[in-house]
Design a binder for this molecule. Structure first.
Ligand SMILES: *Cc1c(COP(=O)(O)O)cnc(C)c1O
Length: 358
């Protein structure tokens, strides 16, 4: 068996969810498990949080089906709402909460003949300009949906563009637009993502929507997951499958762009970009072997990458190599590659087996 596995620590996931809850006393939380729980496995993540979470949130109905199979009763929110009339039927049958983000979605909801009314979350475009009504249009829609037979609860939702940049002026502007609607009678209100859960108590409202923090990654560039009290959930580990000693001047990998400056020992690791390790990782990016950090050497290949073991003479064939996890944080790797932990976690490919630690 190819020695590469993503180990998912479900106790760490629960720890991080409870941290979100402790950060938002008295509030309810939708555990965001979209995109296969940010690459961790949505059914397993939902199962691990089933007894704990007040609800779950996913992007679309395809994702909701997977989660519904493991959590039969929990609130389950479709963050982009329904894409057609049939999806409203299924949402009613499965007891989903739905976002309504524009007039077309509102019209489909009003026209539908549903077996039971839905909990609806009216989406305000408070400044991100991705989805949602203007404040004025939302008032208008609220008036129509309030008296609609297909609507059970009528709730308010919006989303921050820059909650991860502390002090960014758009945060206050978005909160003000949101607050301008709070004279309307909503059953529930939600605004906060992970960054806001952790640093913006004024945005906590009735429900919060933590995503990335559940998986032990930081939404902030300048605050580490560890500093926030989060525990890493995924650990990606391969093995040293080959080793060789090279003379100074010999090159490693595609493009021959890493050249030994001294006699060097090079290890080959069973992980490449087709597994989701970023090809953009530069030489020098840390990997961990035997509890020690060692540098990536040369370009990442599709199925393998190379590591400079010269300063770790005890490294042996078959040693485990951590690509990210405890000693190399996902955020540190992401920063080295000019991306964010969200992207790396969601891009671990299907050929990498996930192993679950209870
Ligand atoms: C993905 C998402 C979240 C979670 O965001 P994080 O930054 O991962 O906490 C919350 N709300 C909406 C609408 C989302 O799309």
């Amino acid at each position: 068996m190819r020695p590469l596995v993503a180990t998912v620590d479900l106790a760490a996931l629960r720890h991080n969810y409870l941290l979100a809850k402790r950060s938002t006393p008295g509030r309810h939380a939708f555990a965001v498990v979209k995109a296969n729980a940010y690459g961790h496995g949505a059914p397993q993540a939902a199962q691990a949080l089933a007894e704990l979470a007040d609800g779950f949130a996913v992007a679309c109905i395809e994702e909701a089906r997977e989660v519904r199979q493991v959590v039969a009763a929990a609130r389950l929110l479709l963050l982009e709402g329904c894409f057609d009339a049939q999806e409203y039927q299924e949402a009613a049958q499965s007891g989903l909460d739905v976002v309504v983000q524009d007039e077309a979605q509102a019209a489909l909801l009003l026209e539908a003949r549903l077996e039971r009314p839905l909990n609806v979350w009216l989406k305000l475009d408070s400044g991100m300009h991705r989805l949602g009504f203007t404040a004025e249009a939302l008032r208008d829609c609220h008036a129509r949906l309030r008296v609609a037979a297909n609507v059970a609860e009528l709730n308010l939702i919006s989303h921050f563009a820059c909650a991860d940049e502390r002090g960014h002026p758009s945060i206050e502007a978005q909160l003000q637009r949101y607050s301008s609607l709070l004279d309307l009678p909503f059953d529930n209100r939600t605004l906060a993502n992970s960054a806001a859960v952790l640093t913006l108590p004024a945005t906590h409202m009735d429900w919060v929507r933590p995503g990335i923090m559940l998986y032990g990654a930081s939404p902030f560039a300048e605050l580490s997951a560890q500093e926030l009290g989060l525990k890493p959930v995924m650990r990606l580990a391969g093995r040293l499958i080959a080793m060789r000693d090279l003379a100074a001047g010999e090159a490693v990998g595609y493009g021959a762009n890493w050249v030994a400056e001294r006699p060097s020992r090079i290890g080959t690791v069973s992980c490449g970009y087709a597994d989701g390790y970023p090809r953009t990782a530069p030489s020098g990016t840390p990997l961990a072997i035997r509890g020690q950090r060692v540098p990536l050497a040369g370009r990442v290949s599709m199925d393998m990458l190379a590591v400079d073991l010269t300063d770790l003479p005890e490294a042996s064939l078959g040693d485990e190599v951590e690509l990210w996890g405890e000693l190399v944080s996902i955020d540190e790797l992401a920063a080295a590659c000019g991306t964010i932990g969200y992207e790396l976690l969601t891009k671990v490919t299907a050929r990498v087996p996930r192993s679950y630690k209870p």
